[in-house]
Design a protein around this ligand. Sequence first.
Ligand code: C5P
Length: 211
Amino acid sequence: MQSKPIVIGIAGGSGSGKTSVTRAIVKRFGEDSIALIEQDAYYKDQSDKPFQERLHTNYDHPLAFDTDYLIEHISQLLQYKSIEKPVYDYTIHTRSQETIHVEPKRVIIIEGILVLEDERLRQLMDIKLFVDTDPDIRIIRRLLRDTKERGRTVDSVINQYLSMVRPMHNQFVEPTKRYADIIIPEGGQNKVAIDLIVTKIQTILEQKSFL
Ligand code: C5P
């Protein structure tokens, strides 16, 4: 019987560099070895709400996510069963019609702003990481990304940041740092941290092969 897959949680504020850390780890092991689960894919489906209403949702609050569904999918991957991962469309603020087929792998990465917030999710993780980047860098990255890739205006990004992203970050994201096994300053540029994490994953994988 195969041993349980390793689950790695990668948390951190919006624009902190979670995606670069994830990419750096995926690059070392190869895409075929890792099942990647973005918490954003599990934003609650809002297709029954009008677009104007969806614009006012607080997407930085834990209740914006369908965490039960996320946990259900991770539990299936842990039993070596494949899943149909939802696809989130930021331009229309809801799930798209498509899904992505994800095969079970020996390493599962769960990445997102609030992945360390829910105790049930934390319990499933073998390694918990928090990517820690200064707020000025995070807002600059977000401004560039959201205007280029997520169909937003400069004004809307700034308003959302001041009214929701910043207060929710301070209330819900930042406090989860204390649950992290490793806090990574500066995300994917931190080669030493990435090397340490990759070595740790390799060690766990080797130990599990002998079980
Ligand atoms: O990739 P990143 O971690 O930045 O994604 C999380 C961010 O996406 C949240 O801070 C949230 O404000 C934003 N978001 C958004 N509009 C949505 C869904 C999420 O601006 N419809």
